[in-house]
Design a protein around this ligand. Structure first.
Ligand code: AMP
Ligand code: TRP
Length: 331
């Protein structure tokens, strides 16, 4: 590789890729890809902390990878692959488990959330999930991790683990930094704007899939929960309107103030339509590209096979170094 800095990021193949994933993560991956060496993974090992149907999972993994490309990720310039195709993720995860404390993991809010939602399946994987995420990042000596703000706590833990390891063995890992967008870092549900837009929300009106067609997007925004005071302003207590303003600002690359000015004096109906149209236009090329890619499975296979090969090469370099530091006998 040349001397560009390294980006790593991933999305779990559960539910469907939402406008939240897009504005929080994917859009930035696309924007940053020219200036960095990028590694984008469909993190399928992460997804089995919740039970998955095998046939569905296989289909969804393919679909997610195609959606990365459809959003504008260049699969030839960057490394795009399935996490399960590079066994070093699981190996490093085990090693880092031995340098992570139970107390640290039990403070993770995502663990607390998910274990209360899936009380019948609080498995050890759900608990150690942030360690696998740390392994993903540290394997590639990553500089920058573009994610939504919900991953900030996991990233901080990743840095703590890396520093602890480096403290014992010398400079093994690069300490990564997060890249969290100003607007769009936390897109809220259209039906309950006090909670995060979630890709596995059973209420489909709560989220926009990046593959939703124009009519569906229009309908979902029309139904979006707002408030009754009728003023388009960004302030506490106006969660629904705040969310729509953030979405609009993230898409148009303008500040919240600029968006507020643009809509001054308009009613909620027109406002929602304008936000919907902006989202439709943003996602139109994504859907078109996705349809085109769907017809070209051989090309997709070539992308992820080559991606895994390159990822494997880089990951095994880091892993070899770690083995030596730990005191394992050379192969
Ligand atoms: P996940 O859906 O949990 O696999 O998340 C994949 C990426 O999307 C991560 O970078 C998350 O931070 C980001 N993300 C997920 N949901 C949202 C949301 N509602 N708003 C902004 N970013 C999000
Ligand atoms: N944990 C992330 C999420 O749920 C997904 C993820 C796994 C990730 N490994 C990663 C994101 C590495 C960035 C870097 O959103």
């Amino acid at each position: 590789m040349d001397d560009k800095k390294i980006i790593f990021s991933g999305i779990q193949p559960t539910g469907c890729i939402t406008l939240g994933n897009y504005l929080g993560a994917l859009k930035n991956w696309v924007n940053l890809q020219k200036d960095y060496n990028c590694i984008f993974s469909v993190v399928d090992l992460h997804s089995i902390t919740v039970r998955q149907d095998p046939t569905e999972l296989r289909k969804r993994c393919m679909s997610f990878l195609m959606q990365y490309l459809a959003c504008g990720i260049d699969g030839e310039e960057n490394i795009v692959y399935f996490q399960s195709h590079v066994s070093a993720h699981a190996e490093l995860s085990w090693i880092l488990n031995c340098y992570t404390y139970m107390g640290e993991l039990s403070r993770m809010t995502q663990f607390k959330d998910k274990s209360s939602k899936h009380a019948d399946n609080i498995n050890a994987g759900l608990f150690t999930y942030p360690v696998l995420m740390a392994a993903d990042i540290l394997l590639y000596q990553t500089d920058l991790v573009p994610v939504g703000i919900d991953q900030k706590q996991h990233l901080e833990l990743c840095c703590d683990i890396a520093k602890r390891f480096n403290g014992v063995y010398g400079d093994v890992f690069k300490i990564p930094q997060g890249y969290i967008p100003k607007e769009g870092a936390r897109v809220m549900s259209l039906q309950d704007p006090t909670s995060k837009m979630s890709k596995s929300d059973p209420n489909v009106n709560g989220f926009i899939s990046i593959l939703d067609d124009a009519d569906t997007i229009r309908r979902k925004f029309k139904r979006a929960v707002t408030d009754s005071d009728g003023e388009i302003a960004y302030r506490e207590g106006k969660d629904g309107i705040n969310n729509l303003l953030s979405i609009y600002s993230a898409i148009t690359n303008q500040t919240i103030d600029e968006s507020v000015n643009e809509f001054a004096g308009l009613g909620y109906g027109v406002f929602k339509e304008r936000v919907a149209e902006a989202v439709i236009e943003e996602l139109r090329p994504v859907r078109e590209k996705y349809d085109e890619l769907s017809k070209n499975k051989d090309y997709i296979k070539q992308i992820y096979t080559e991606g895994a090969k390159r990822a494997n090469y880089l990951a095994s370099k880091t892993l070899r170094k770690i083995h030596r530091k730990l005191g394992y006998v050379d192969r």
